[in-house]
Design a protein around this ligand. Structure first.
Ligand SMILES: Cc1cc2nc3c(=O)[nH]c(=O)nc-3n(C[C@H](O)[C@H](O)[C@H](O)COP(=O)(O)OP(=O)(O)OC[C@H]3O[C@@H](n4cnc5c(N)ncnc54)[C@H](O)[C@@H]3O)c2cc1C
Length: 484
């Protein structure tokens, strides 16, 4: 009697790669024939289609490029990527039926939507007779794995980070890459290769050129190149004009490279820079953990005392902020950079978020949502954590009275104004000294008229700062008064 064929299906989601892929590796080990597929999820994509610029989304472009690469790689082994558009809870069961699948594999995703989707999907597939196998991939340690002595989640980063590192030193297997038994991939020759244009059309979007190319090859190349810069990371990371960071977040977000790829690199080239870089990767897991245990931070400040705070929120200020027309050059350059490229360096994310919440006094949630639409590396937990940190309302956050002065930040980290010149070219006629805040300068060139060539500041920084301190300190104080 011929041996029974066990058919597996690997559902790719935010892990668009074939190397070091736990679900794929386990499927290839356990099954004699493995199919790999991806669903463009209408639940996620439909809202993106209603936002300007209509029909364009940088993330979809990046995903399409990454999927096309995956398909090309699978074809080298005589297989291919199955691709569908729709609701996964209909599409996956249909594929499982059509391909006669016995076992479904995926890597765990921790966003609330993904958790509820996967729970429902598992029930549905099991009721059809397929077994479901999920794996840790996106993080080195899942939220419940790093708890304090009282078995409670940490609320402060430093002890969490220490516990994370201690745990790693006794579980080095967490860094072992997953291997792949290519010969067990299902053979498939009949469908044409997946091109980026076809994938975009299927998803309902048009082509847009990104600075960062999608796919594992580009991600691994960038990681490899970063190893040369990593030792200086601790000093270079804040100088946003000079690209002292890795720009790997988008590859990690979509899983083109694995977290193990990154941590292994950090540990292989010991230096102060590598230490700092590893610590940023731990911040990422810290925010995943916070969100897991306190999912309400999605809408509310982590710190209780700020939950009832009334943000004045001027629509005029918010519009000026989004469009990069506040009259504060570094803020405007940062927001235009975000709008034009889907990217913003970390220091500027902190400075702009601090400015929106603590100087313009706009509700942090508005800014957080705007970033979530624009960032190529948008990650729910890190974005939420970053906004709450900068607004001074989050877990282990900057205190509310620490307000980044955009002019000082600009002078310190972009001394000659190169970044401002790139994104606010109308300011290029100004000298190094003038460019950080033309409204504060007396003798501007005759060819440059403030209010004509570039906006006057929309607010007076000093008085807004005082208003912010009053607002926050009032919220802190009234939280101490018992409510009837
Ligand atoms: C307001 C605000 C919003 C943010 N939104 C996001 C987001 O949507 N997605 C996102 O990945 N990061 C976000 N961050 C964190 C950080 O800004 C980005 O991860 C970083 O800029 C990515 O650049 P890089 O890959 O060059 O990072 P590097 O400096 O090279 O760091 C390496 C990796 O560590 C992680 N990392 C670095 N800094 C942080 C941090 N502060 N918090 C969590 N993880 C970090 C990222 O995965 C990053 O790729 C946000 C920060 C702030 C202040």
């Amino acid at each position: 009697m011929a041996p029974k064929i066990t058919r597996g299906f690997v559902w790719i989601r935010r892990d668009i790669r074939l190397h070091d892929h736990p679900a794929l590796s386990h499927a290839l080990e356990a099954c004699s024939e493995v199919h790999v597929g991806f669903i463009f999820d209408d639940t996620i994509l439909a809202p993106l289609k209603t936002r300007p610029p209509l029909g364009i989304d940088r993330r979809v472009q990046f995903i399409a490029e990454s999927l096309a690469e995956c398909d090309t790689q699978l074809r080298q082994y005589g297989s291919r990527l199955h691709i569908r558009y729709g609701n996964p809870s209909l599409e996956i069961p249909e594929l499982v039926r059509a391909l006669n699948i016995d076992r479904v594999y995926f890597n765990r995703d921790y966003s609330p939507y993904a958790v509820s989707r996967d729970t429902d999907m598992t029930e549905q597939l099991e009721s059809m007779g397929a077994s479901v196998h999920s794996f840790r991939d996106h993080v080195i340690f899942e939220p419940e794995e790093i708890l304090n002595n009282a078995k409670k989640p940490y609320g402060v980063f430093t002890p969490y980070s220490k516990a994370w590192r201690d745990r790693l030193s006794i579980s080095e297997d967490r860094l072992t890459p997953f291997s792949t038994k290519w010969s067990h991939l299902a053979k498939s020759f009949d469908e044409p290769p997946l091109k980026v244009g076809f994938l975009l059309e299927l998803a309902g979007f048009e082509h847009i050129k990104n600075d960062l190319k999608g796919g594992s090859a580009a991600g691994l190349l960038r990681l490899n190149q970063f190893t040369e810069k990593m030792q200086h990371y601790d000093q270079a990371r804040d100088f946003f004009g000079e690209e002292g960071t890795s720009k790997l977040s988008v590859y990690l977000r979509h899983g083109c490279i694995s977290i193990r790829d990154m941590v292994n690199v950090a540990l292989s080239y010991p230096s102060l820079g590598a230490e700092k870089w590893l610590s940023e990767l731990i911040w990422r897991e810290f925010y995943q953990m916070i969100f897991h245990f306190h999912p309400w931070v999605n809408d509310r400040p982590y710190q209780n005392k700020f939950r009832d705070m009334q943000w004045p929120t001027s629509e005029v200020y918010f519009e000026a902020f989004k469009n990069g027309h506040t009259g504060f050059p570094i803020i405007d350059a940062a927001m235009r950079c975000l709008n034009q490229t889907g990217w913003m360096p970390n220091r500027l994310r902190m400075v702009t978020a601090s400015f929106l919440t603590k100087i313009l006094l706009v509700d942090w949630k508005r800014g957080e949502r705007y970033f979530s639409w624009k960032l190529l590396d948008y990650e729910l937990q890190s974005n939420n954590g970053g906004w709450q940190w900068a607004a001074g309302i989050g877990c282990d956050a900057a205190p509310y009275f620490r307000i980044f002065n955009p002019i000082t930040q600009s002078k310190t980290y972009d001394t000659e104004g190169g970044f401002i010149r790139q994104y606010c070219p109308e300011l290029s006629v100004l000298s190094h000294a003038q460019i950080h805040f033309p409204a504060g300068e007396k003798q501007l060139p005759l060819s440059f008229q403030l209010g004509v060539h570039y906006p006057m500041p929309i607010v007076d920084y000093a008085s807004q700062r005082i208003k912010a301190l009053e607002l926050f300190s009032h919220a802190s104080a009234s939280a101490l008064v018992p409510k009837n």
